[in-house]
Design a protein around this ligand. Structure first.
Ligand code: 13P
Length: 256
Protein backbone atom coordinates (compact mmCIF):
# COMPACT_ATOMS: atom_id res chain seq x y z
CA UNK A 1 0.00 0.00 0.00
CA UNK A 2 1.45 3.37 -1.01
CA UNK A 3 1.66 5.97 1.76
CA UNK A 4 -0.15 9.16 0.69
CA UNK A 5 2.18 12.07 -0.06
CA UNK A 6 1.07 15.69 0.41
CA UNK A 7 3.33 18.65 -0.28
CA UNK A 8 2.91 22.41 0.04
CA UNK A 9 4.51 24.40 -2.76
CA UNK A 10 4.70 27.94 -1.43
CA UNK A 11 6.19 29.24 -4.69
CA UNK A 12 7.51 32.83 -4.23
CA UNK A 13 5.50 33.53 -1.09
CA UNK A 14 6.41 33.99 2.59
CA UNK A 15 9.24 35.80 4.29
CA UNK A 16 11.68 33.89 6.49
CA UNK A 17 9.75 35.05 9.55
CA UNK A 18 6.37 34.01 8.11
CA UNK A 19 7.75 30.65 7.05
CA UNK A 20 9.27 30.04 10.49
CA UNK A 21 6.02 30.86 12.32
CA UNK A 22 4.00 28.64 9.95
CA UNK A 23 6.39 25.70 10.42
CA UNK A 24 6.40 26.06 14.22
CA UNK A 25 2.62 26.19 14.37
CA UNK A 26 2.00 23.54 11.70
CA UNK A 27 4.13 20.72 13.11
CA UNK A 28 2.08 20.21 16.30
CA UNK A 29 -1.17 20.30 14.32
CA UNK A 30 -0.13 17.32 12.15
CA UNK A 31 2.10 15.49 14.63
CA UNK A 32 -0.26 12.53 14.99
CA UNK A 33 -0.73 12.04 11.25
CA UNK A 34 1.91 9.42 10.68
CA UNK A 35 0.17 7.72 7.76
CA UNK A 36 0.74 10.62 5.34
CA UNK A 37 4.17 11.83 4.16
CA UNK A 38 4.01 15.61 4.64
CA UNK A 39 6.38 18.10 3.03
CA UNK A 40 6.72 21.89 2.91
CA UNK A 41 8.54 23.58 0.01
CA UNK A 42 9.44 27.10 1.11
CA UNK A 43 11.39 29.63 -0.97
CA UNK A 44 15.16 29.05 -0.82
CA UNK A 45 15.72 31.93 1.59
CA UNK A 46 13.55 30.22 4.23
CA UNK A 47 14.57 26.63 3.58
CA UNK A 48 17.18 26.26 6.31
CA UNK A 49 15.05 28.06 8.89
CA UNK A 50 12.03 25.89 8.11
CA UNK A 51 14.14 22.72 8.19
CA UNK A 52 15.49 23.68 11.63
CA UNK A 53 11.99 24.48 12.87
CA UNK A 54 10.80 21.05 11.68
CA UNK A 55 13.74 19.05 13.01
CA UNK A 56 12.54 15.86 14.76
CA UNK A 57 9.01 16.23 13.42
CA UNK A 58 7.13 14.17 10.83
CA UNK A 59 7.18 17.07 8.33
CA UNK A 60 9.85 17.11 5.61
CA UNK A 61 11.27 19.98 3.59
CA UNK A 62 11.67 20.37 -0.18
CA UNK A 63 13.47 22.77 -2.47
CA UNK A 64 11.34 24.16 -5.30
CA UNK A 65 14.06 23.71 -7.91
CA UNK A 66 17.76 22.89 -8.22
CA UNK A 67 20.62 22.86 -10.71
CA UNK A 68 21.95 19.55 -11.99
CA UNK A 69 25.63 20.43 -11.58
CA UNK A 70 27.34 19.91 -8.23
CA UNK A 71 28.90 23.37 -8.20
CA UNK A 72 30.28 25.96 -10.59
CA UNK A 73 29.81 29.37 -12.13
CA UNK A 74 26.01 29.26 -12.33
CA UNK A 75 24.87 32.55 -10.88
CA UNK A 76 21.57 32.30 -9.06
CA UNK A 77 21.49 28.51 -8.96
CA UNK A 78 21.47 26.00 -6.11
CA UNK A 79 22.81 22.44 -6.21
CA UNK A 80 21.29 19.25 -4.81
CA UNK A 81 24.09 19.06 -2.23
CA UNK A 82 23.35 22.60 -1.08
CA UNK A 83 19.69 21.70 -0.61
CA UNK A 84 20.63 18.65 1.43
CA UNK A 85 23.00 20.71 3.56
CA UNK A 86 20.24 23.28 4.17
CA UNK A 87 18.00 20.50 5.45
CA UNK A 88 15.92 19.43 2.45
CA UNK A 89 15.03 15.80 1.84
CA UNK A 90 13.01 16.47 -1.31
CA UNK A 91 13.05 18.71 -4.36
CA UNK A 92 10.33 19.76 -6.81
CA UNK A 93 11.62 19.33 -10.37
CA UNK A 94 10.15 20.50 -13.67
CA UNK A 95 7.21 22.45 -12.29
CA UNK A 96 5.19 23.89 -15.17
CA UNK A 97 6.11 27.40 -14.05
CA UNK A 98 9.78 26.44 -14.42
CA UNK A 99 9.04 24.98 -17.85
CA UNK A 100 6.96 27.86 -19.21
CA UNK A 101 8.60 30.85 -17.50
CA UNK A 102 12.21 29.68 -17.19
CA UNK A 103 12.75 27.52 -20.23
CA UNK A 104 13.10 24.11 -18.59
CA UNK A 105 12.84 21.15 -20.92
CA UNK A 106 12.43 17.41 -20.52
CA UNK A 107 16.19 17.16 -21.05
CA UNK A 108 17.04 19.46 -18.12
CA UNK A 109 14.38 17.76 -16.01
CA UNK A 110 16.08 14.40 -16.63
CA UNK A 111 19.47 15.78 -15.58
CA UNK A 112 17.99 17.31 -12.44
CA UNK A 113 16.18 14.13 -11.43
CA UNK A 114 19.37 12.10 -11.85
CA UNK A 115 21.37 14.62 -9.80
CA UNK A 116 18.72 14.73 -7.07
CA UNK A 117 18.65 10.95 -6.76
CA UNK A 118 22.40 10.72 -6.54
CA UNK A 119 22.36 13.30 -3.72
CA UNK A 120 19.69 11.28 -1.89
CA UNK A 121 17.00 13.87 -2.47
CA UNK A 122 13.53 12.58 -3.33
CA UNK A 123 12.52 14.17 -6.63
CA UNK A 124 8.93 15.38 -6.95
CA UNK A 125 8.83 15.34 -10.74
CA UNK A 126 6.07 17.47 -12.28
CA UNK A 127 4.37 16.64 -15.56
CA UNK A 128 1.12 17.78 -17.16
CA UNK A 129 -0.50 19.21 -20.26
CA UNK A 130 -1.55 22.74 -21.17
CA UNK A 131 -5.14 23.65 -21.98
CA UNK A 132 -4.36 23.78 -25.72
CA UNK A 133 -2.81 20.31 -25.54
CA UNK A 134 -5.85 18.93 -23.70
CA UNK A 135 -8.24 20.53 -26.19
CA UNK A 136 -6.31 19.00 -29.07
CA UNK A 137 -6.71 15.59 -27.42
CA UNK A 138 -2.97 15.37 -26.81
CA UNK A 139 -2.98 14.92 -23.03
CA UNK A 140 -1.77 11.33 -22.91
CA UNK A 141 0.78 11.90 -25.67
CA UNK A 142 2.24 14.85 -23.75
CA UNK A 143 2.49 12.73 -20.60
CA UNK A 144 4.16 9.98 -22.63
CA UNK A 145 6.76 12.42 -23.95
CA UNK A 146 7.45 13.93 -20.53
CA UNK A 147 7.87 10.47 -18.99
CA UNK A 148 9.93 9.10 -21.88
CA UNK A 149 12.27 12.10 -22.17
CA UNK A 150 12.21 13.58 -18.67
CA UNK A 151 11.80 10.72 -16.23
CA UNK A 152 12.86 7.46 -17.83
CA UNK A 153 16.46 8.46 -18.70
CA UNK A 154 17.09 9.52 -15.09
CA UNK A 155 15.40 6.84 -13.03
CA UNK A 156 16.76 3.30 -12.66
CA UNK A 157 14.38 0.51 -11.69
CA UNK A 158 15.86 0.56 -8.18
CA UNK A 159 14.96 4.24 -7.79
CA UNK A 160 11.31 4.16 -8.90
CA UNK A 161 10.02 3.73 -5.38
CA UNK A 162 11.86 6.90 -4.28
CA UNK A 163 10.39 9.00 -7.09
CA UNK A 164 7.21 11.01 -6.60
CA UNK A 165 5.45 12.02 -9.82
CA UNK A 166 3.16 15.05 -9.66
CA UNK A 167 0.50 15.26 -12.35
CA UNK A 168 -0.29 18.95 -12.63
CA UNK A 169 -2.49 19.91 -15.57
CA UNK A 170 -1.27 23.41 -16.38
CA UNK A 171 -4.82 24.68 -16.94
CA UNK A 172 -5.72 23.76 -13.35
CA UNK A 173 -2.81 25.55 -11.65
CA UNK A 174 -3.84 28.71 -9.82
CA UNK A 175 -7.02 28.94 -11.86
CA UNK A 176 -9.54 27.51 -9.41
CA UNK A 177 -10.34 25.02 -12.15
CA UNK A 178 -9.60 21.58 -10.73
CA UNK A 179 -9.45 18.48 -12.88
CA UNK A 180 -12.45 16.30 -12.17
CA UNK A 181 -11.77 13.14 -10.23
CA UNK A 182 -12.30 11.19 -13.47
CA UNK A 183 -9.85 13.35 -15.43
CA UNK A 184 -7.26 12.98 -12.68
CA UNK A 185 -7.73 9.22 -12.43
CA UNK A 186 -7.48 8.81 -16.21
CA UNK A 187 -4.17 10.68 -16.31
CA UNK A 188 -2.79 8.97 -13.20
CA UNK A 189 -3.72 5.52 -14.46
CA UNK A 190 -1.98 6.34 -17.73
CA UNK A 191 1.15 7.49 -15.91
CA UNK A 192 1.19 4.29 -13.89
CA UNK A 193 0.71 2.25 -17.08
CA UNK A 194 3.76 3.90 -18.57
CA UNK A 195 5.78 3.33 -15.39
CA UNK A 196 4.71 -0.32 -15.58
CA UNK A 197 5.84 -0.55 -19.23
CA UNK A 198 9.17 0.96 -18.28
CA UNK A 199 9.89 -0.67 -14.92
CA UNK A 200 7.50 -3.58 -14.47
CA UNK A 201 4.43 -4.14 -12.37
CA UNK A 202 6.05 -4.30 -8.96
CA UNK A 203 8.18 -1.15 -9.24
CA UNK A 204 5.33 0.89 -10.78
CA UNK A 205 3.08 -0.07 -7.90
CA UNK A 206 5.47 1.56 -5.40
CA UNK A 207 5.70 5.00 -7.06
CA UNK A 208 3.47 7.73 -5.64
CA UNK A 209 1.64 9.73 -8.31
CA UNK A 210 0.13 12.86 -6.75
CA UNK A 211 -2.24 15.47 -8.19
CA UNK A 212 -1.70 19.23 -8.29
CA UNK A 213 -3.90 22.06 -9.55
CA UNK A 214 -6.36 24.06 -7.40
CA UNK A 215 -6.48 21.45 -4.64
CA UNK A 216 -8.51 22.74 -1.68
CA UNK A 217 -9.93 21.07 1.43
CA UNK A 218 -13.31 20.80 -0.31
CA UNK A 219 -12.07 18.81 -3.32
CA UNK A 220 -9.28 16.79 -1.66
CA UNK A 221 -11.33 13.75 -0.77
CA UNK A 222 -12.81 13.13 -4.21
CA UNK A 223 -9.33 13.35 -5.76
CA UNK A 224 -7.33 11.27 -3.29
CA UNK A 225 -9.86 8.46 -3.19
CA UNK A 226 -9.19 7.70 -6.86
CA UNK A 227 -7.23 4.45 -7.07
CA UNK A 228 -4.15 5.94 -8.73
CA UNK A 229 -4.10 9.30 -6.92
CA UNK A 230 -1.68 9.07 -4.00
CA UNK A 231 -1.83 12.57 -2.59
CA UNK A 232 -1.54 16.21 -3.59
CA UNK A 233 0.87 18.99 -4.49
CA UNK A 234 -0.81 22.12 -3.18
CA UNK A 235 -0.04 25.71 -4.19
CA UNK A 236 -2.37 28.54 -3.15
CA UNK A 237 -4.32 26.67 -0.48
CA UNK A 238 -1.11 25.60 1.27
CA UNK A 239 -0.28 29.19 2.17
CA UNK A 240 -3.02 28.94 4.77
CA UNK A 241 -1.92 26.64 7.58
CA UNK A 242 -5.40 25.46 8.51
CA UNK A 243 -6.41 24.77 4.93
CA UNK A 244 -3.23 22.79 4.31
CA UNK A 245 -3.60 20.83 7.57
CA UNK A 246 -7.14 19.99 6.50
CA UNK A 247 -5.92 18.78 3.09
CA UNK A 248 -3.34 16.57 4.84
CA UNK A 249 -5.99 15.14 7.18
CA UNK A 250 -8.35 14.44 4.28
CA UNK A 251 -5.59 12.63 2.38
CA UNK A 252 -5.38 9.81 4.90
CA UNK A 253 -6.40 6.48 3.47
CA UNK A 254 -8.77 5.62 6.27
CA UNK A 255 -10.78 8.85 6.67
CA UNK A 256 -14.27 8.97 5.21
P1 13P B 1 -2.46 25.80 -7.04
O1 13P B 1 -2.80 24.82 -5.93
O2 13P B 1 -2.35 27.22 -6.56
O3 13P B 1 -3.36 25.64 -8.22
O4 13P B 1 -0.98 25.43 -7.53
C1 13P B 1 -0.71 24.11 -7.85
C2 13P B 1 0.74 23.98 -8.02
O5 13P B 1 1.31 24.51 -8.95
C3 13P B 1 1.48 23.18 -7.02
O6 13P B 1 2.78 22.94 -7.45
Amino acid sequence: MRIPFVAANWKMFKTVQEAFLYAKEFAPVVKDITDVEIVLAPPFTALHTVAEALRNTNVGVAGQNMHFEREGAFTGETSAGMLVEAGAGYVIIGHSERRTLFGETDATVAKKIAAALSADLVPIACIGETLAERERGDTLAVLDRQIHDGLAPAVDPADVSKLVVAYEPVWAIGTGRTATAEQAQEAHAHIRRRLRDQYGEEAAATCRVIYGGSVKPANTRELVTQPDVDGALVGGASLDLNAFAEIVARSRRDTV
